[in-house]
Design a protein around this ligand. Sequence first.
Ligand code: DGY
Length: 325
Amino acid sequence: MKKRVLVTRENLPGHGVGRLSEAAEVVAWPGDGKPGHSDLAALAPGTSGVLALGNDPVDGALMDAAGPSLRVVGLASMGFDNVDRAAAAERGIVVTHTPGVLAETTADLTFALILAARRRIGAAGASLAEGSWGLFRMHDYLGLDIHGATLGLIGYGQIGRAVARRAQGFGMRVLHHDPYAPDDGLSAPVDLATLLAESDIVSLHVPLTEETRHLVSARELAAMKPTATLVSTSRGGVVDEEALLAAVRGGRLHSAGLDVFEREPMGRELSPLVTEPHVVTLPHIGSATETTRAAMVDLAVDNILDVLAERPARTPLPGTPAAHV
Ligand code: DGY
């Protein structure tokens, strides 16, 4: 008999879910919007696997709703802050994510945010569209240079390194702060205080954990140059958004480029950061290309199929077991 796998959305990109349904009985949340906790819990009983997105809460209650058959949670995301890892460990459930397949795409978007925030691309384009460009004036739409600037990467894993490689083409000096990453010739390891003080652009590439929550707060923002730009494609919770808003409004920070927020999605109830002139914001599209999103689903499916077939998962969360016990 086929094992049941709960998929938290219908119509995921690529052919991964099609492959999954050849080997397992797929139960997908059929609604249009985001499923609530009780929606998923109602579909969970008897499932052996769950394929979830990075913002679906996967907690002990959902694991218990699935019952003892649950062996694997395959996330179609690199970030894993939505999963109660302790609850999974207690129940011997393997949790996997998708490193490797989205670093280059997310690094591309990081550069889009850097360019847009420092060169004020959104504001300049909007002014053109509203018919305000009546005269070429030397002092209009002035931004700050990217080439030759110092880029500070907080977190130097796959995405941070992909950003550092792109920075070489812009002739940038690159620094990183990451206790696990040595000097690789692309970027120099420095302590956090040096990175904040010397960088023109600070870009965040750490997962959201208890250690990284509000890693960038009022104190860190005050330690940055007033001409600096903060960029985040990691998770909203890494930045204290109130402190960021105050720093930008107070002219203590040039600009910010954000793809992630503490509250996601926002619907019509927008964060004040979205309408702030020197802040460029996007709706969490770091990995959003057709190829990459399909590759993320594919890897999540491969991980689930491996664990269900009693093979070790390909990409378990860092420091967690690859096999169900
Ligand atoms: C990731 O992979 O973590 C992206 O942010 C999408 O969830």
